[in-house]
Design a protein around this ligand. Structure first.
Ligand code: CP
Ligand code: NVA
Length: 305
């Protein structure tokens, strides 16, 4: 069993059937992995994990997932390989393909990751770019389905920045039948190209500037930092612009009574989300973090099949 595409760079690159295959495998393997009973289906395989930005969840979940499958992983930073600086993206792709069985990469420029995948002879997995964070949203959909049964007909409301996570949720709405709403300050809307493609595909999504109106009846309330990795210099301005977009218990009063609260993490407690909500009865943020490993193990296993 494998996927129809060599790489995992974005959600809409894959068919709904392939995306469902990833979620099914993740659900099937999760209890086995938790009991340390997962068969070593990928012995002697190596996953290279390349990072140009910091990480806790992505690094640890990918590395442990590869080990659980019986393989190995390598941690490499942009400083070592100097992709596009010390050596061309093309040459890095060709050389890496001779050494490893797949490449997971966290990078700034999405275009360079696409280029790496084009030249690589092994699968390339997007571990976050400035544009997208597709593995996060696959783990998130797994989490929604665990807690709410199915993502079908659910309303996912993100309150915050039109960033790589918002873009990935809009992409997900092209392949899964749910509604996505982003409540963001004016000027912080998602990528126009991503929205145009989603509109053409008939995806159900909308952008609003009113968080209170957005969360009414919502099944999932989703949060992310007000400023992403690489935007630290904008922190002061963004904190001011996003102040009305904090997720508080008061804001959530209008959500569906069985709503869940998600955050991709790392959270800036007291900034985009209060402690009360993060640690409250509706929060599933640590299930969500764990599910990164289960979703990504399924992606690795299927791409390396
Ligand atoms: N959510 C997420 O990707 O976390 P890290 O930045 O720690 O990998
Ligand atoms: N939008 C955030 C996500 C972190 C997991 C960032 O890119 O920094």
């Amino acid at each position: 069993m494998s996927l129809g595409q060599k790489d995992f760079l974005s959600i809409p690159q894959h068919t709904p059937a392939d995306l469902r295959r990833i979620l099914d495998l993740a659900k099937q393997q999760k209890p086995l992995a938790r009991r340390h009973e997962l068969p070593h289906s990928h012995p002697n395989r190596t996953l290279a994990c390349v990072f140009a930005k910091p990480s806790l969840r992505t690094r640890v979940s990918f590395e442990t997932a590869m080990m659980q499958l019986g393989g190995n992983s390598l941690f490499i930073t942009d400083k070592e390989i100097g992709m596009g600086v010390r050596e061309s993206v093309h040459d890095v792709a060709k050389v890496m393909s001779r050494f490893v069985d797949a490449i997971m990469i966290r990078w700034f420029d999405h275009g360079e990751v696409v280029e790496l995948a084009r030249h690589a002879d092994v699968p390339v997995i997007n571990g976050l770019t400035d544009l997208l964070h597709p593995c996060q949203v696959m783990g998130d959909i797994l989490t929604v389905e665990e807690h709410l049964g199915t993502i079908e007909n659910k309303t996912v409301v993100m309150v915050g920045d039109g960033n790589n996570l918002a873009n990935s949720w809009i992409n997900a709405a092209r392949r899964f039948p749910f509604n996505f709403v982003l409540a963001c300050p004016p000027g912080y809307e998602p990528d126009q190209g991503i929205m145009d493609a989603a509109e053409q595909d008939g995806a159900s999504f909308c952008i609003t500037h009113d968080p209170q109106e957005a969360v009414e009846g919502a099944h999932v309330i989703y949060s992310d930092a007000f400023y992403s990795m690489g935007q630290e210099a904008e922190a002061v301005k963004r904190r001011a612009d996003f102040a009305p977009y904090q997720i508080t218990a008061g804001l959530l009063a209008a959500a569906d009574p069985k709503h869940i609260v998600m955050h991709c993490l790392p959270a800036h407690r007291g900034e985009e989300i209060t402690d009360e909500v993060m640690d409250g009865p509706h929060s599933v943020v640590f299930d969500e973090a764990e599910n990164r490993q289960h979703a990504q193990r399924a992606i690795i296993a299927l791409l390396m099949a």
